[in-house]
Design a protein around this ligand. Structure first.
Ligand code: SAH
Length: 269
């Protein structure tokens, strides 16, 4: 995959792209990430990228010309081809007003050949960029950042680790929080696995078995695979019910799972 990031702060990405799996994906040739300095696409002495909003109001707005010029230099497929999915490319505008970025959006983006991320700043970006240049607007959550750079780094990391081969053990990215594995969903539940299937991940422990008097749960030490599976599944169900009950609707639940949830709810009174 080729990823392009358009920003007025190219140096911001020195850190985030140079560690861990994002770095590995680039070294392995699975991904090529290019950071573009928006100011390179300006032509005035002050390298102006922003201007005052029409209609008045606070702050400044990123101008359309440098953004259009920058993306036009990338030889991308036309916007309607990207929207129709005929081109495996996406131009994403990072925006607090965008659709929520989730694990399933990450999985969708991981299938692309090319992803362009446009980082906004100030009060935002001239709306013609959303309407005529980008083919989707994404938000990383319901809060306001000062710029799209953090959001772009989040998206790059979430997408890169899904590229086949980026994570040593591919099964590990299929069993994580939020991930619904289509095969097990079809089977109507996770009978043979404790993997996520749309739930939050189960708790993990490592050595020492006793840390300052706090022991690792007995079930994990039992060596009994069925007992371990059941324990992990139940903890994942409990944690999801406690922290993210909204996820239970979309999760693939077995009869055993449903009984267990009903039991917790009964116990709560
Ligand atoms: N006035 C805007 C916020 C602008 S913040 C509003 O109220 O919606 C400046 C830039 O930060 C945005 O253009 C966007 O690129 C980025 N940004 C802010 N919050 C974001 C979020 N939750 N997700 C993705 N990008 C965000």
């Amino acid at each position: 995959m080729k990823a392009d990031i358009v920003t007025i702060f190219p140096d911001f990405f020195r850190g985030p792209l140079e560690y861990g799996i994002t770095r590995r994906a680039q070294e392995m040739g699975l991904a090529a990430i290019q950071v573009h300095d928006l100011r390179e696409c300006t032509h005035d002495r002050h390298r102006t990228v922003d201007d005052r909003p029409f209609g008045g109001g606070e702050g400044m707005v990123l101008k359309p010309e440098p953004l259009f010029e920058c993306l036009e230099s990338m030889a991308l497929a036309p916007r309607d081809e990207r929207i129709a999915g005929r081109a495996k490319q996406s131009v994403v505008l990072l925006s607090a007003q965008g659709q929520r970025f989730t694990q399933s959006v990450a999985a969708e983006l991981a299938l692309l050949d090319r992803m362009v991320l446009i980082c906004g700043r100030y009060e935002g970006v001239d709306e013609r960029v959303a309407d005529f240049l980008a083919n989707r607007e994404l938000s990383i959550g319901d809060y306001v950042l000062s710029g799209g750079e953090m959001a772009a780094a989040v998206i790059v990391e979430a997408v890169m680790r899904l590229l086949p081969g980026a994570v040593g053990n591919e099964r590990s990215t299929q069993q994580e929080s939020f991930t619904v594995d289509s095969k097990s969903k079809d089977l109507g539940g996770a009978d043979s696995t404790c993997g996520s299937n749309g739930l939050l991940d189960y708790p993990h422990y490592t050595r020492p078995a006793d840390f300052r008097g706090i022991a690792v749960p007995q079930a994990l030490m039992s060596g009994n695979h069925e007992e371990i599976r059941k324990w992990r599944r139940q903890r994942a169900l409990e944690k999801t019910l406690r922290n993210r009950p909204d996820l239970l609707d979309g999760a693939a639940l077995s009869e055993e799972d449903k009984k267990f949830l009903a039991q917790i709810k009964r116990d709560r009174g």
